[in-house]
Design a protein around this ligand. Structure first.
Ligand SMILES: NC(=O)c1ccc[n+]([C@@H]2O[C@H](COP(=O)([O-])OP(=O)(O)OC[C@H]3O[C@@H](n4cnc5c(N)ncnc54)[C@H](OP(=O)(O)O)[C@@H]3O)[C@@H](O)[C@H]2O)c1
Length: 270
């Protein structure tokens, strides 16, 4: 299988961790990393030959022309979108943006780019949290009568309620009052959705350990986005596509048991 050629914009705390993952994954050829500030001499990402370049010296059009890529991954800032948008559109480069703070206008522009190429915007890009959200949504649908509580824990100085916890509340259609925030020590990120049934309790828990988890999410998204038609996607939609494909496989495979006659329910007429 051919490697997906990737360019990464943003080389801060998140971008460096993402480069660690994409740079070491055989499915990808991380060709360059772009940052805003000038770079002295020849800088490469540690442990690789991947060059770290300044957008002042190498604007996007130059980067795309001189070292073509199939995908652009954005861990920089909301301002970058307009700087590369038309270049990405012209060349049909798939775009994976992890920017968390887009305005409605930015998002409308990103959606519009999706008419000409594959675009995914994911304000939360860890595979674990997105899986938790999909699983919680399913359980909520199966048991709308269960009480739902959301607990989030973060490092002592994080001032605001976690955006991820708000997103979970919104998705499950529960009031934001159901979120409990705890601040202590150096916790990177803990999210827990608790379903209180009358006779059982279900807890879905996600703990972030290292920023490399953003890279694992980006790798998952890129490999699946590569098989999609042009359009605008969310992480959740990619996961749902995967689940649908798995269900279809199970239905097609008689050995899976999915096609076996259902056991009697006791309600059949004799
Ligand atoms: N979706 C997710 O799950 C997720 C997770 C983590 C982070 N993020 C997002 O990723 C972004 C970066 O986060 P961070 O914590 O890594 O921030 P950071 O440490 O401040 O790093 C920002 C990086 O972006 C570059 N940059 C800033 N403005 C730019 C511009 N206009 N054009 C090109 N490059 C620019 C900076 O360049 P210099 O190095 O030259 O200063 C730096 O490399 C934020 O938008 C954040 O919301 C998303």
């Amino acid at each position: 299988m051919e490697k997906i050629r990737v360019g990464l914009v943003g080389y801060g705390r998140a971008g460096q961790a993402v480069a660690n993952i994409l740079g070491g994954d055989q499915r990808f050829d991380l060709r360059w990393i772009a940052r805003r500030t000038p770079v002295e001499g020849r800088l490469t990402h540690p442990g690789t030959e991947v060059p770290v370049l300044s957008l002042e010296q190498f604007p996007f059009a130059t980067l795309f022309d001189e070292t073509p890529v199939d995908a652009l991954v954005d861990f920089s800032s909301p301002q970058s979108l307009r700087a590369y948008g038309e270049e990405v559109r012209k060349r049909g480069i798939m775009l994976l943006s992890a920017i968390s703070a887009y305005t409605e206008d930015d998002l409308a522009y990103a959606r519009e780019l999706g008419q000409d190429t594959r675009v995914m915007c994911s304000p939360n890009i860890t595979l674990g949290i997105n899986f938790l959200i999909v699983a919680a949504k399913l359980l909520r649908r199966a048991a709308p009568f269960a009480d739902v509580q959301i607990v989030e824990q973060h490092f002592r100085d994080k001032p605001e309620i976690s955006g991820t916890a708000r997103k979970i509340a919104e998705t499950l259609e529960v009031d934001a009052d159901q979120i409990t925030s705890l601040r202590f020590g150096g916790i990177v990120g803990h999210h827990e959705v608790i379903f209180g049934f009358p006779h059982q309790t279900v807890r879905l828990i996600h703990d972030s350990i290292r920023r490399e988890a953003f890279g694992t999410g980006a790798a998952f998204a890129l490999s699946h986005l590569a098989n999609c038609d042009k359009g605008f996607y969310t992480f959740e939609e990619l996961l749902m596509r995967l689940m649908r494909a798995e269900l279809q496989l199970a239905t097609d495979d008689p050995a899976s048991g999915a096609n076996l006659p259902q056991p009697p329910t006791g309600r059949e007429t004799p």
